[in-house]
Ligand binder design. Structure first.
Ligand code: SF4
Length: 446
């Protein structure tokens, strides 16, 4: 009997990459690979890479070097690299890393079984054609790996915004929306397989469908998804503040299945820096969006992104980012020090702050955010929350799930509840999670 082949995917970066990794696993199921969480069991290791953070290429090369020992011990082990770094580096990766078997770009997932099968036969190769036409939609893989209560569904690819610091339009291509019928069909299949919550993904979902004649806009797509039997919750990410529309804001009042959370990246609280970043909105406009969202859904939780040390950012600009955080009181904030991306406009801007200054600013920002997160988490203590039970907690002795406001809750309950919506009383709050007890039963507390 032939042994089932095992696939280990190391995913770097954003939720878009998590979704692509699910698609990769789905495509490779068709040629006999089953996903494993144990790298030691793998017959095939794929690095699904992201080039947004600093030194992304260097990190990929370093990771590949750490895999050399495994490859020597097991010459049948196959190694592949996908994602944005693969798109950027292409064949150079194969030239620089002799133990690498194949490379595939962000537009080549549909071809994926081919380089894997070629590698199984001892042939190395790279599939990194940049496909930036409408035909890209027809190539979008719709086969996804089975299982999972909460799943990501890509509704669009690429981006037309060209924020001055961002590489995405260069490696993911121009914005393109999937057809609504295909999106809903995929979600129907996921719901049939037990999925209860979908997160609709795009670099800027607010402009979904607007450039595709005959397709609905994003608000209409949300209503179509809400009508699919079995889907209890809908989330989406990312929403560009310059394009958020009143109908989308109204959706939070009108679509009960839409969760009480929005990710709305500000990137800076300073108008001067926002202009340098080419973000297309002012601090005042950003804040008025937040006021409108809270009017539509008073308990909405807001997460964001903030870049520290953008070229030309002064202490005063940075303080404006801190004061924006004080006004919004994000439940969570993804923040990082600006890193130069070749080809982008910001790469040509003068940058006078030292690394040390930037590091100190980041630490001040993180410290403030820790206070806000704890404050927000504490506000749930004593409340009853509807929780979608997603699985067994990391410690293994409890279950976990998320409230509509996207906070993780741990609680004691039978595993038979996985996949259900339960009412949980929040008994205590921590920095990264909540502790609860299932209403009318179960036990909790740490
Ligand atoms: S909106 Fe800006 S930051 Fe986001 S992907 Fe597009 S260019 Fe990058």
């Amino acid at each position: 009997m032939t042994r089932e082949k095992r696939l280990y995917i190391a995913t770097f970066g954003c939720q878009m990459n998590v979704s692509d990794s699910e698609k990769i696993a789905g495509r490779l199921q068709g040629i006999g690979y089953r996903a494993t969480g144990e790298i030691a069991d793998a017959d095939l290791i794929i690095l699904n890479t992201c080039s947004v953070r600093a030194k992304a290429e260097e990190k990929v090369y370093n990771y590949l070097n750490t895999l050399l020992g495994r490859k020597r011990k097991n010459p049948r082990l196959l190694l592949g690299v996908g994602g944005c770094v693969a798109q950027q580096e292409g064949k150079r990766l194969l030239e620089h890393v002799p133990h690498l078997d194949f490379v595939f770009g962000t537009h080549n997932l549909h071809l994926l079984p081919q380089p894997v099968q070629a590698a199984e036969e001892g042939r190395r190769g790279a599939e990194v054609d940049f496909i930036d036409t409408d035909t890209r939609l027809d190539l979008f893989p719709t086969d996804v790996a089975e299982g999972g209560v909460s799943r990501f569904v890509t509704v669009m690819q690429g981006c037309d915004n060209f924020c001055s610091y961002c590489i995405v339009p260069y490696v993911r291509g121009r914005e393109i929306s999937r057809r609504a019928g295909e999106v809903t069909e995929e979600i129907r299949r996921l719901a049939d397989g037990g999925c209860r919550e979908v997160t609709l993904l795009g670099q800027n979902v607010n402009s979904y469908g607007l450039k595709t004649p005959g397709e609905p806009d994003f608000t209409t797509l949300l209503k179509m998804v809400a009508a699919i039997p079995g889907i209890e919750r809908i989330r989406f990410v990312t929403s560009h503040p310059k394009d958020i529309s009143q109908p989308l804001i109204d959706s939070f009042a009108e679509i009960p299945k839409l969760c009480s959370h929005i990710h709305l990246p500000a990137q800076s609280g300073s108008d001067r820096v926002l202009t340098l970043m080419n973000r297309g909105y002012t601090r005042r406009e950003y804040l008025s969006n937040v006021v409108a969202l809270r009017a539509a859904r008073p308990d909405i939780q807001i997460t964001g992104d903030m870049i520290v040390g953008f070229p030309g950012e002064t202490e005063e600009d940075f303080r404006q980012s801190l004061s924006l955080m004080d006004e919004i009181r994000y439940v969570d904030l993804f923040s990082f020090i600006y890193s130069v991306q070749p080809e982008t406009k910001a790469a040509g801007l003068a940058d006078e702050s030292s690394r040390q200054e930037k590091q100190e600013r980041l630490e001040r920002l993180l410290s403030l955010q820790r206070q806000h997160t704890y404050e927000r988490n504490s506000s749930f203590a004593g409340t009853m929350q509807e929780v979608l039970v997603e699985g067994v907690s990391r410690r293994g002795d409890q279950l976990f799930g998320r409230i509509s406001g996207n906070r993780v809750v741990n609680f004691a309950a039978p595993v038979s509840l996985i996949g259900s919506l339960v009412t949980v009383k929040i008994v205590s709050a921590y920095q990264n999670s909540l502790q609860g007890t299932v209403s009318g039963g179960g036990a909790g507390g740490e």
